[in-house]
Design a protein around this ligand. Structure first.
Ligand code: IPE
Ligand code: IPE
Ligand code: MG
Length: 262
């Protein structure tokens, strides 16, 4: 190896093993988390799946606190997918009940942390009482500015894209826009939350390495990070590990790394 090559090699291996100082962590503006593994968490403890969902819902509180600590501005969590309706009725019922309880119960803590709550998903198709919960949580937290928690509920990335296409088709039909005016920007403006920046980092605990119809459009250039830890056990240690990995990523967006640009 030439001395030049040796220097490059040692730089490379250093980069791989070096622990990142907290102050040097790159903090994503928008973090998204697939809260998966509740069922397996319960099974390991010989508890019913509902106990896993309860533990998972409790852990959302910790995630909010930990993300607040790092100054993350937007946190989207996947709580119920458009495909989760295919689970047994009793499990769906538990998940709906937990949802209804959650925002009233934890509102004082959310208030204390300065967390605004928003929802994404096919909310209009949900039962009236669930829609009322969404409205109440959104209205009551509108003034909070430290962080925005976005709860993806009855959410499916494909459904979001189909609904955006339907809205655009309607606008064409009404003569408000021309077909050729449909660009990526206009399309994105017709998604559920057009004012929210795309997620920088998507985390999935539980050992599964797929996105399961989460943020299909918005996640086109998101960094992905997978962990074997089950969602109810996903804490500060795991979040910090994810942020360390994210800090080392080279986000090129199809371009070149900064050093190679010229
Ligand atoms: C995530 O945990 C919660 C929802 C999908 C609503 P799971 O219930 O999918 O847990 P596992 O994957 O069976 O362990
Ligand atoms: C994804 O988890 C949805 C949520 C966490 C809400 P699933 O458990 O539903 O996903 P699959 O079935 O493993 O892909
Ligand atoms: Mg699962």
């Amino acid at each position: 190896m030439s001395s030049n090559e040796e220097a490059r090699f040692s730089l490379f291996s250093k980069k791989k093993t070096q622990k990142i100082d907290k102050a040097d962590l790159k903090i994503p503006v928008h973090l998204a988390v697939i809260m998966d593994g509740n069922g397996r968490w319960a099974k390991k403890r010989m508890l019913p799946r509902s106990a896993g969902h309860r533990a998972g819902a409790d852990n959302l509180k910790n995630l909010c606190k930990n993300c607040g600590h790092y100054g993350i501005k937007y946190v989207t969590v996947y709580a119920f997918s458009t495909e989760n309706w295919s689970r047994p009725e009793s499990e769906v019922h538990t998940l709906m009940e937990l949802f209804v309880e959650y925002f009233d119960r934890y509102d004082p803590e959310l208030e204390q942390e300065g967390i605004r709550v928003r929802f994404t998903g096919d909310i209009k198709s949900l039962p009236e009482n669930i829609q009322a919960v969404c409205k109440r949580a959104e209205e009551g937290s509108k003034h909070r500015t430290r962080m925005t928690l976005i709860v993806a509920f009855n959410y499916g990335g494909r459904r979001e894209i189909v609904q955006a296409a339907q809205k655009l088709a309607q606008q064409v039909k009404e003569g408000k826009i021309k077909e050729e005016e449909i660009t990526e920007e206009l399309f994105a403006q017709n998604l559920y939350l057009p004012d929210v920046p795309d997620p920088d980092l998507i985390i999935r605990p539980s050992g599964e390495e797929r996105t399961s119809n989460f943020l299909v459009w918005e996640g086109a250039y998101s960094e992905l990070w997978f962990s074997d830890v089950l969602w109810p056990d996903f804490g500060m240690k795991e979040l910090t590990e994810a942020l360390e990995a994210y800090t080392k990523r080279d986000r090129r967006f199809g371009g070149l790394t900064k050093e190679k640009k010229e």
